[in-house]
Design a protein around this ligand. Structure first.
Ligand code: NAD
Length: 493
């Protein structure tokens, strides 16, 4: 039995256990064994973290020149690049995501810190063309205060970067809550943060359960901004919690992203894009392209090619270099997928490949690439977010019809269009109600490209120039340039 590794939280620049001494154990999805334990933060620990962030906000960080704050962001980027392999390994053990991807991502995430470092000293104020004589009015962008960042278990380095980097650049301090399902990567990241010498309390990283830890953090009266990524049910709690402290909220939630292939599409390109979109990261991506619409005239031919490709995907240990799909993150996910597939089959869905737990290991949560033909997209697998490698396929005839079908879902995060007709690509991408559209490609991210959804996929964009303003408030300042005394104090105008 391998030894269980113990990790501590990072509060006010110190490594601490929870005040209750309680711990959360975390499993390795590859073999279902406990491999690490982390502190289970309670309300007292949350308060300590928020108080230290508030103190750092007032005493050091918010008054530091943006150029100097940017220096720390660049140091974080350097640390990420130097330690990408190590962080990747930890993330793979904790989440089951393949190492090829986690190490590449940890390295690329450095770009986000560099990008926001570059923006830090470029956010300017305005001079208002005011309608009053002798008055001058300016606006400046000021930091908000303590930011609570609530992170899910998947893509946690990325989802931390898009919150932490703009928040720090603009002078806010941050308390990050890692997911209880895979908490270790962020505690390892905290070790890199410590190496940068950033003032104590500016970044705090805690581990705990949704309740009480997440709730205590998002209701804390000193928290001014909540940046949340996770599922829609949790998001409803977050919004209710924010009523306690009236903090500003952004929500990056789930998706059931539609992808369409028209008869004129480059099929090889579409096959690769669709595979990346739904089978990359074993489908455990919020932008997974999980609803596929194929035009009638190419339906059988294209579907057969796709099935062939899916059957050849190598499922295996996430640490192995030739593995293409690792295990799912949790047993709960596996069970939810099975439940949805069963209900879909009962309602007429046809499993064309996969569909059952894999025999690759009798311990890990392995599920193969699965393709299910659905007569309509109201069948459970075609309607619900499954967070797994399950692709639902539907047939269509006309462009107008497929646009309606693509929009007929409560989510609106991502979408994909495959066509070689430029005008059609333009028309369809305009008509899709989603925050992101990929045309003849899929599953790309960049610090420069805003990311986020509409409808039940949430609100507030992350990444891109505008997102930095989400971590500021506008302050209006009036200057009186007259030497005459003010007029009648009992009128306003
Ligand atoms: P989750 O909603 O279960 O948990 C997310 C975080 O919220 C965790 O840290 C959890 O501890 C915390 N939490 C739970 N209850 C809370 C409460 N009452 N108050 C405060 N915090 C609470 O999500 P998950 O299972 O970790 O992640 C999967 C979900 O995240 C999927 O729906 C996926 O689509 C979504 N996601 C969205 C994006 C995006 O950018 N849009 C990216 C990745 C994941």
């Amino acid at each position: 039995m391998p030894k269980i590794q113990n990790f501590k939280m990072y509060i006010n620049g110190e490594w601490v256990d929870s005040s209750s001494g309680k711990k959360i154990q975390t499993l390795n999805p590859e073999n279902n064994e406990v491999w690490a334990s982390v502190p289970e933060a309670n309300e007292k620990d949350v308060d300590k973290a928020v108080q230290s962030a508030q103190k750092a906000f007032e005493n050091s960080w918010s008054i530091l020149h943006p150029r100097d704050r940017a220096k720390y962001l660049r140091l974080i980027a350097d640390q990420l690049r130097k330690n990408a392999e190590h962080l990747g390994k930890i993330e793979t053990i904790d989440t089951g995501k393949i190492y090829r991807e986690t190490k590449t991502q940890a390295n690329y995430i450095a770009e986000y810190y560099d990008y926001f470092a570059g923006l830090a000293d470029k956010v300017e104020g305005t001079v208002v063309p005011i309608d009053k004589p002798d008055m001058q009015v300016t606006t400046t962008r000021i930091p908000i205060g303590v930011v609570a960042a609530i992170i899910p278990w998947n893509s946690q380095m990325l989802l931390t970067a898009v919150k932490l980097a703009p928040a720090l650049a603009m002078g806010n301090t941050v308390v990050i809550k890692a997911s209880e399902l895979a908490p270790v990567t962020l505690l390892e990241f905290a070790k890199l943060i410590e190496k940068t010498g950033i003032p104590k309390g500016v970044i705090n990283i805690i581990t705990g359960l949704g309740e009480p830890c997440g709730k205590a953090l998002t209701t804390h009266n000193l928290v001014e901004r909540i940046a949340f990524t996770g599922g829609p049910e949790t998001a409803k709690h977050i919004v209710k919690n924010s009523a306690e402290n009236l903090s500003q909220v952004s929500l990056e939630l789930g998706g059931k992203s539609p992808v369409v292939v028209f008869e004129d599409a480059d099929q090889e390109n579409a096959l690769n894009g669709i595979t990346a979109g739904i089978f990359g990261a074993s489908g455990q991506s919020c932008i997974a392209g999980s609803r596929l619409y194929l035009q009638n005239s190419i339906y059988d031919e294209f579907l057969n090619k796709l099935i062939n490709k899916a059957k050849n995907i190598k499922l295996g240990s996430p640490m192995e270099n030739d593995t293409q799909m690792g295990p799912l993150n949790s047993f709960k996910q596996l069970e939810n997928i099975e439940k949805n597939i069963k209900a879909t089959i009962e309602q007429g869905g046809k499993v064309r490949c996969g569909g059952e737990r894999s025999s690759v290991s009798n311990k890990g949560y392995y599920f193969p690439a699965t393709i299910i033909e659905c007569e309509n997209h109201n069948l459970p697998v075609a309607e619900n977010e499954l967070f797994g490698p399950i692709l639902s396929v539907m047939k269509f005839n006309e462009e107008e019809e497929v646009i309606k079908q693509m929009n007929d879902n409560k989510y609106g995060l991502s979408s994909g269009v495959y066509t070689s007709n430029f005008a059609r690509g333009h028309r369809v991408s305009n008509a899709i109600r989603a925050g992101i559209v990929f045309i003849n490609t899929y599953r790309l991210i960049s610090p420069m490209a805003p990311f986020g959804g509409i409808k039940d996929s949430g609100y507030g964009k992350e990444a891109g120039m505008e997102s930095i303003k989400e971590y500021t408030r506008v302050k209006t300042t009036w200057y009186n340039s007259s030497n005459k005394p003010l007029k009648d104090p009992f009128t306003m105008g």
